[in-house]
Design a protein around this ligand. Structure first.
Ligand code: SF4
Ligand code: SF4
Length: 169
């Protein structure tokens, strides 16, 4: 969904959105029951998703190959260290297709946000995302939230607020 404005070279060298510190494991993607079934089938593993609220969350497993300044890292169960995400575009969680955009909630208000931590994000990127939102991305996000409100994450100050969509849900 955001592919056309992401840098494929930077992403191939980074993969940070599929790897989590202990305190960022809440960022692991949320999926509907239907998608959880498809992901279990694709990965041939029952434990690759776990129940979360009315949905499912991808499991994160301790990463063996790298320690980040002594901190343990966890990788999404769908990440192959050599080849990247093992899921097809149909199986991939909406959270992942949307990254580095997120939807977050604070005091009953829902915002579209942008991750400052993504290596592709700079001043020009904000402008590009705002253009995509105007061209239909915002409606697509609202449609997805209405199907599965569990994809809305808790508000984080590490993200840039792009727009308030509370009145449109
Ligand atoms: S964090 Fe950003 S740059 Fe890194 S892999 Fe994810 S989208 Fe690409
Ligand atoms: S589902 Fe794929 S793209 Fe999403 S976090 Fe896991 S490995 Fe990365």
């Amino acid at each position: 969904m955001l592919k056309k404005i992401l840098s494929l070279d930077k992403c191939a060298a980074c993969r940070n959105c599929c790897v989590f510190h202990e305190e960022s494991r809440w960022e692991t993607p949320i999926v509907s029951k239907e998608k959880a079934i498809a992901i279990k089938k694709a990965l041939k593993r029952e434990d690759c998703v776990q129940p979360f609220e009315k949905s499912f969350v991808l499991s994160s497993v301790k990463r063996e190959i790298e320690l980040n300044e002594g901190m343990e890292l966890y990788k999404c169960a769908a990440l192959d260290e050599e080849h990247g995400c093992m899921l097809s575009s149909e199986e991939k969680p909406f959270d992942c297709s949307l990254w580095p955009v997120r939807v977050m909630k604070k005091n009953n208000k829902v915002f579209i946000m942008l991750a400052e931590g993504c290596h592709t994000v700079d001043n020009t990127f904000v402008e590009k995302v705002n253009k995509l939102l105007l061209e239909g991305l915002k409606e697509r996000i609202i449609e997805e939230i209405n199907k599965n409100p569990d994809i809305v994450k808790p508000y984080s100050d590490n993200y840039i607020e792009l727009c308030d969509i509370t009145g449109e849900l």
